[in-house]
Design a binder for this molecule. Structure first.
Ligand SMILES: [Zn+2]
Length: 393
């Protein structure tokens, strides 16, 4: 039998498909693996027997299903592989290493000046990963992959398409810069898409194959997931909801356009308005705390922003009719003062329909991950789920 590293990249054999399924789920029953891989139960059973004999798959615990015999849960042997997720944040880089059961083995935050270059980021990531891997008794080359999340749309080849959050990075060959320094497969994706993967793997979208995620933070981003796959579009920049133009004569946006949704709901813009109202500059965390308290200076500001957010989401609902919306980002932590006007505006904006038993209005739920855990764990999920683009190997 091939070793686990080779099976992880094996798209065809039943054992390879089971290894990839278990990597994506963390732990699963044979029935779940049959459903996700499309393989028959007898094929799954034969391949599992070989994987157990090779020590690659372990029986972890029985899962009660309400009646009859509990189903056996299976996982990959934690020692069978490791992978890393990297968040290129504002003024910080975070790097985690996980095993194949999704356990976090190492979690490092590196402060870095805000205007860091892609080359500096890649050097920092390489140096930190070398140390983190050495502490686990492995080398970077032993990792099954490194996933990199960035606050910018990326092309399929890993080129930064817009430097809205990271000025100066537009046009940068992120994949090339990182892969020259990291001797293992590299995946790269924008942070909202990583957030959607984290919610699919561990959060509010577990078991959901169709949903739309809106992330309201300093900027506004999102993801459209259909049949379990993130929609990327021709260039890889699909679901950049923050840059949908609501008013062509509106305020200038950091992307270079005017009147984008982000200029009404993005934290950058709300902080600027709050400063005009209060005379104080504040962080987004302070803004969120004051908005949550319902301070007078913030009420109308937050309600107007939430109404625009709900309107944009309603437009998305009318266009693609998803069953579920997930709201992520720090603005969601404002709670009712943001979420209630958002939902009112959303319900007013969607296509009016008659009461009919079969009609299911879209559900709106708050994400499980509201800090930057979604981004860095989503970067891990890029590797675990072998999602979309391996930009280099
Ligand atoms: Zn814009």
């Amino acid at each position: 039998m091939k070793n686990i590293n080779d099976l992880f990249f094996d798209q065809e054999s039943p054992a390879g498909r089971i290894v990839r399924g278990l990597a994506a789920f963390g732990a699963a029953t044979a029935g779940q693996l049959s459903k996700s891989t499309g393989l028959g139960r007898s094929t799954i059973s034969a391949a599992l027997s070989e994987l157990r004999d090779a020590g690659a798959v372990l029986d972890v615990e029985a899962k009660a299903n309400g009646q009859g015999r509990p189903s056996q849960l299976l996982s990959l042997n934690p020692a069978s592989g490791r992978c890393a997720g990297v968040l290129l944040g504002l003024g910080e880089i975070r790097i985690v290493i996980c095993d194949m059961t999704h356990a976090v083995l190492s979690d490092v935050w590196i402060p870095i000046r805000r205007d860091y270059t892609p080359e500096e980021a890649a050097d920092q990531v390489r140096d930190s990963l070398q140390g983190q891997c050495a502490a686990l008794g492995i080398a970077i080359a032993d990792l099954l992959g490194v996933g990199v999340a960035i606050s910018a749309p990326l092309s399929y080849g890993g080129v930064v398409l817009n430097g809205d959050i990271l000025p100066g990075w537009a046009g940068v060959d992120l994949a090339g810069i990182f892969s020259r320094r990291l001797d293992c497969p590299l995946h790269a994706e924008n942070e909202s898409h990583c957030g959607a993967l984290a919610e699919m793997t561990w959060g509010a979208a577990v078991g959901e194959s169709d949903f739309v995620l809106y992330k309201f933070d300093l900027g506004v981003g999102g993801a459209i997931v259909q049949n379990g796959v993130i929609l990327r579009g021709v260039n890889g920049s699909a679901a950049e909801f923050g840059h949908v133009v609501l008013d062509p004569d509106g305020s200038y946006c950091r992307c270079g356009n005017r009147g984008c949704l982000q200029t009404y709901v993005g934290g950058y813009y709300l902080l600027r308005h709050a400063q005009e109202l209060t005379g104080r500059s504040e962080t987004i965390e302070e803004f969120v705390a004051h908005a949550k308290e319902g301070r007078i200076g913030y009420r109308r500001l937050v309600e107007d922003a939430a109404s625009k957010a709900g309107w944009a989401m309603g437009t998305t609902a009318t266009m693609i009719n998803p069953p579920l919306f997930i709201i992520a980002g720090k603005m969601a932590t404002i709670g009712a003062n943001f979420l209630e006007p958002l939902e009112r505006s959303f319900r007013r904006s969607i296509l009016p329909q008659p009461d009919f038993p079969d009609l299911k209005p879209p559900r709106i739920v708050v994400a499980r991950f509201l800090g930057n855990d979604d981004t860095v764990m989503g970067a891990v999920a890029l590797v675990l789920r072998q999602h979309g683009r391996i930009v280099s190997r």
